[in-house]
Ligand binder design. Structure first.
Ligand code: SD4
Length: 325
């Protein structure tokens, strides 16, 4: 399903959404009150169609784990999305290499990194979680594991992405783009009808990265973390900065200490600023968090990061994250 433009969706900012939606004031707490039912939230506008697929499962009482896997498979298979899966921009050697991880309500987790030729790395990550004693496998080993388990070897480099790479080669300047085409990694976190949390994160990583580079997205605790007692968090943007602060784990631990999802994300972003005052002005990092009560929030470095929400109260809603700068 093609990703629609931002204008095609309802777009609201921050906690003001509760008034926009005309809900009673009783919901005027930290966030819209989704506490009583399932909810799925995910990064960027490509989260809208991804959430729709996840909601199909959640709304029928399905498991959050199944929902997040099904959800992120949508952008993974969409050749028009150049930052995830098929159609992802390649590394500087012209290879599309993918990173993904998944985490369930029992602290089960699985991850693949530096994986080539497989359309759905998230499903390989789930298989690592469910069928092996390991958490993470990478590169050729991950490819062999996928092929041994029935995944198909495919060319993920589209003509468009190859042309963009050839254009880039003319100058070969490496500079991560802030708010790249208004979408980036997809990180998705959800609560199901049973009140259980799960999350998934998948990306083709930074365009024109060094061959072999792995970002935050497949790293449990950096790009994604789920604690079924507390909540879940995921991240997008320059993965190196997220790894340095174990970002998603930090956000969940801050929620454990009583912070709201938005405050927890803000404190994590502030830590990046403190560590890298100059660099933080030039890059994007965004966090997205959901607590056990269904409250959600986000915070990022630069304006422009948005996220998609789907619940009984929120249909195809795209929200702007607050930003440090
Ligand atoms: C990563 N967070 O690999 C991911 C996605 C990305 O610029 O490329 N962001 O760092």
């Amino acid at each position: 399903m093609p990703v629609k433009s931002r204008r095609d969706f309802i777009k609201i900012s921050g906690v003001g959404s509760i008034f926009f939606m005309g809900l009673p004031k009783i919901f005027s707490g930290k966030n819209p009150a989704d506490a009583s039912g399932p909810i799925v939230i995910s990064t960027w506008s490509h989260g809208i169609p991804a959430n729709t697929a996840a909601w199909e499962i959640l709304s029928k009482g399905g498991r959050a784990l199944d929902a997040v896997e099904a959800g992120v498979r949508i952008p993974e298979a969409d050749p028009k999305i150049t930052s995830v899966g098929y159609g992802g921009l390649p590394d500087r050697d012209g290879k599309v290499t993918l990173d993904a991880c998944i985490m369930d309500e029992n602290s089960g987790c699985g991850s693949v990194a530096f994986l080539e030729h497989i359309m759905h790395p998230i499903s390989v990550a789930r298989l690592v979680m469910e069928k092996t004693p390991h958490v993470m496998i990478v590169g050729e080993g991950a490819l062999k594991f996928a092929l041994d388990n029935g995944f198909k070897k495919e060319n993920l480099l589209t003509a468009e992405s190859e042309a963009a790479w050839k254009e880039w080669l003319k100058t070969a300047q490496y500079k991560p783009v802030v708010n790249w085409e208004n979408h980036d990694t997809i990180g998705m976190i959800a609560i199901d009808q049973q009140g259980n949390l799960s999350g998934a994160c998948t990306t083709s990583g930074m365009a024109y990265k060094l061959h072999g580079r792995v970002g935050d997205s497949p790293i449990i605790g950096a790009g994604l973390f789920v604690d079924n007692e507390i909540g879940a968090a995921t991240s997008t943007g320059v993965g190196e900065e997220v790894i340095r602060i174990c970002g998603s784990h930090l956000v969940v631990e801050l929620m454990r200490q009583g912070k709201s999802p938005e405050d927890a994300c803000r404190i994590a972003v502030e830590r990046i600023v403190k560590n890298q005052p100059k660099k933080s002005k030039e890059i994007q990092v965004g966090f997205l968090a959901l607590n056990k009560h269904g409250e959600f929030g986000s915070y990022c470095l630069q304006k422009g990061f948005n996220y998609a929400v789907r619940s009984a109260l929120h249909k195809d809603v795209l929200m702007d994250a607050k930003s440090y700068y």
